[in-house]
Design a protein around this ligand. Structure first.
Ligand SMILES: Nc1ncnc2c1ncn2[C@@H]1O[C@H](COP(=O)(O)OP(=O)(O)OP(=O)(O)O)[C@@H](O)[C@H]1O
Ligand SMILES: [Mg+2]
Length: 307
């Protein structure tokens, strides 16, 4: 476990994740105070990666619950493995027949078999889904509840219960309580407002697009083959492009792709033609592409304008 926000920054750095002081502090506090961390922000700013790096930097297991519309308890918490139960009843049919040998009516048979039903509703036939896996984990884990805004409000309400008590009630088995409280990271793209009740239980981090300086630091870490001067040119170009009111501003992931493409093409500077042919790695809508090409002057390195 971290002892300071500086340690968070250092350990994240070894995982090639550049963490601001603000982000490192809230990660430190959430892990120390055992509170879920809700991370919001536009696409591709490192929300999911933050949880992955949180786990990897401490050698913890990452358990991921990907949210989507219609996600329910059976996919998030547990379900009974019906096919396995059925298979067992087939294999054990002689044994079952023997158990029922002395009964004559259907209701007696049901009565008799019900005394054995615990055998079929035991942990052996339980399929643990991510939330139950985190509860049953025999060590501290990182539970990533990714894109929680995509789930339905009913699921969010159910999640609240789990996040408050870290326990699950399974009628046939009883209550299973977490042996270790997991570090929980929830991410959201803000496609819908999350409830105040959920927000109240979490610490909150808003990750925005980085400044050109932060982006340059990320590029330097992840694309070390890119020339230093070009790194700064790319970071500044991406910053200008993001200000262009595009349908989809480029994410950090896309600026990393752009940088890698420039390395592959042995580019030594950002010339208009180089930008044009590498735009498919950065820009994903025709209208956005037109916009960037029209405004090329804002994308070109400043020193170029001076020459
Ligand atoms: N601070 C950072 N340091 C290093 N790499 C980063 C940083 N932020 C983002 N990245 C990189 O950017 C890419 C996109 O990150 P990630 O998938 O976590 O974004 P996201 O916010 O979860 O996006 P989405 O909302 O689309 O799921 C990843 O390759 C990630 O490693
Ligand atoms: Mg993500």
């Amino acid at each position: 476990m971290f002892d300071s926000y500086e340690e968070v920054q250092e350990r994240f750095d070894t995982q090639q994740y550049i963490c601001s002081q603000e982000a490192a502090t809230v990660v430190y506090l959430a892990s120390k105070m055992q509170r879920p961390l809700l991370v919001e922000g536009p696409a591709g700013v490192g929300k999911t990666d933050l949880a992955k790096v949180l786990a990897a930097s401490q050698g913890l297991k990452l358990i991921r619950l990907q949210c989507y519309e219609g996600l329910d308890e059976t996919k998030a918490l547990y379900e009974w493995e019906y096919s396995k139960q059925l298979l067992y009843t087939q294999i054990l049919k002689d044994k079952i027949a023997q158990t029922l040998k002395e009964v004559s009516t259907l209701s007696e048979a049901i009565e008799k078999i019900s005394t054995e039903e615990d055998a079929f509703f035991s942990e052996r036939f339980l399929v643990a889904r991510p939330l139950l896996k985190a509860i049953l984990s025999d060590e501290i884990s990182v539970l990533l509840i990714d894109e929680v805004d995509k789930s339905d409000p009913e699921f969010e309400a159910f999640l609240l219960e789990v996040l408050s008590d870290f326990q699950a009630s399974i009628p046939e088995i009883g209550t299973l309580k977490a042996r270790h409280i997991p570090l929980v990271v929830l991410t959201s793209n803000n496609s819908r407002e999350l409830s105040d009740a959920l927000k109240r239980r979490c610490f909150y981090l808003y990750l925005d697009f980085p400044s050109a300086e932060q982006e340059a630091a990320i590029l330097k870490k992840k694309v070390p083959d890119l020339d230093d001067r070009l790194i700064h040119q790319v970071a500044e170009a991406v910053e200008s492009i993001r200000k262009m009111d595009l349908k989809k501003p480029p994410s950090i992931g896309e600026s990393l792709d752009w940088a890698k493409a420039l390395v592959l093409l042995n580019a030594d500077r950002l010339a208009p033609e180089t930008i044009r042919v590498t735009l498919p790695t950065l820009i994903k809508y025709p209208a956005d592409r037109d916009r960037v090409l029209k405004d090329m002057g804002r994308v070109l390195p400043r020193e170029r304008e001076e020459t």
